[in-house]
Design a protein around this ligand. Structure first.
Ligand code: UDP
Length: 329
């Protein structure tokens, strides 16, 4: 299939683009390189540097490729930042997202897979979370993603588009070539591994008085290649659908730090710090629906294997993409 990947120079987008190419699809990556990295665009994909704010450019690129499907990763994804700067999130994730849909309409592309998030559920009443749980986001990031899901359902109803929203839990880990390189880095696993690599400083644990087994937040960490595989399967779907994509097992912040200590052999100090605004206590997926309907299942579901792959990538790329050579340890 000819697939147009917005945000394909980013973390999950680049791994998915590589997966698509490996399975014989033709990929155009559309990315403004604000957060993405030119070096992360896999060989074999065509990179168009452009912004989703520029609907005309999107339309032209869709037409030129003859795009049969869009996978839409481009967007902002930080809960804390969204609380501090809500306008940025609505402008980019909603406003620019609608530009994309308009360009697809004009270009005649009517199939879309969307990077949604467990944050659409807010603080769920129970874990594991099924797709039946009502959407009730508690931060602007989750609100922006929820809105776009609604837009897709309405486009399906109005124009018969095929739309799949994949509600990601916590993407983590790396492939041999592609990994996580954000600036600033706010995600737990790379922060913990950075502390191990630098051999000094520790990690702030945001809140230790949540209603969870050890008082720290629980998340469902899913290996990025398993997440990428879900997108490839979703390309074949018709209708209007939403799927959770997670492993179905939660790990607390302290358990992740402990796993990183085992993998790296470093001490890694954990320091109690205040809660981070917008964080729900526990997010763990029920991924029964995607298992049942698409035959998806995660291949790498242990936290240690996930952390280990991220650690390998970080040691190979201590300065991230384009940030200097391999570290000899
Ligand atoms: N977290 C933490 N210290 C850090 C970074 C993250 O305690 O330096 C916690 C964060 O509060 C959340 C969990 O780790 O409970 C996962 O956070 P991350 O930002 O990786 O993903 P999110 O769940 O926000 O998408």
């Amino acid at each position: 299939m000819r697939v147009f990947v917005t945000g394909g120079a980013g973390y999950i987008g680049s791994v998915t683009a590589a997966e698509l190419i490996g399975r014989g699809h033709e990929v155009v990556v559309y990315d403004n390189l604000e957060k993405g990295h030119r070096e992360a665009v896999p060989a074999g994909a065509t990179l168009v540097v452009g912004d989703l704010a520029d609907g005309g450019r999107v339309e032209e690129a869709l037409r030129r490729q003859g795009a049969e499907a869009v996978i839409h990763f481009a967007g902002y994804s930080l809960v804390g930042e969204s609380v501090a700067h809500p306008g940025r999130y609505f402008r980019n994730n909603v406003g620019n997202g609608l530009n994309l849909l308009g360009a697809m309409r004009r270009a005649g592309t009517s199939r879309i897979i969307f990077s949604s998030t467990a944050a659409v559920y807010g603080s769920p009443r129970a874990v594991p979370i099924t797709e039946e749980e009502p959407a009730a986001p508690i931060n602007p990031y989750g609100e922006s993603k929820r809105f776009f899901e609604t837009a897709l359902s309405r486009f399906h109803a109005a124009y018969g588009w095929d739309c799949v929203s994949l509600r990601y839990f916590n993407a983590a880990g790396a492939t041999a070539a592609l990994g996580e390189d954000h600036d600033p880095e706010t995600h737990l696993i790379p922060i913990v591994l950075r502390a191990a690599l630098d051999g000094r400083g520790g990690v702030d644990v945001f809140g230790d008085d949540y209603d969870t087994p050890d008082g720290t937040c629980v998340r469902d960490y899913i290996h990025v290649t398993d997440l990428a595989a879900a997108h490839v399967l979703a390309l074949e779907c018709g209708g209007d659908r939403a799927y959770n994509v997670g492993v179905g097992r939660g790990y607390s912040v302290l358990e992740v730090i402990e796993a990183a200590r085992r993998v790296t052999g470093a001490r890694i100090e954990a320091r109690a710090a205040p809660r981070r605004p917008g964080d729900p206590p526990a997010l763990v997926a029920s991924a029964e629906r995607i298992r049942r309907e698409l035959g998806w299942s995660p291949r790498r579901d242990g936290i240690e294997g996930i952390v280990e792959s991220a650690w390998r990538w970080m040691r190979e790329h201590p300065g991230g993409y384009g940030g200097g050579g391999k570290l000899s340890l």
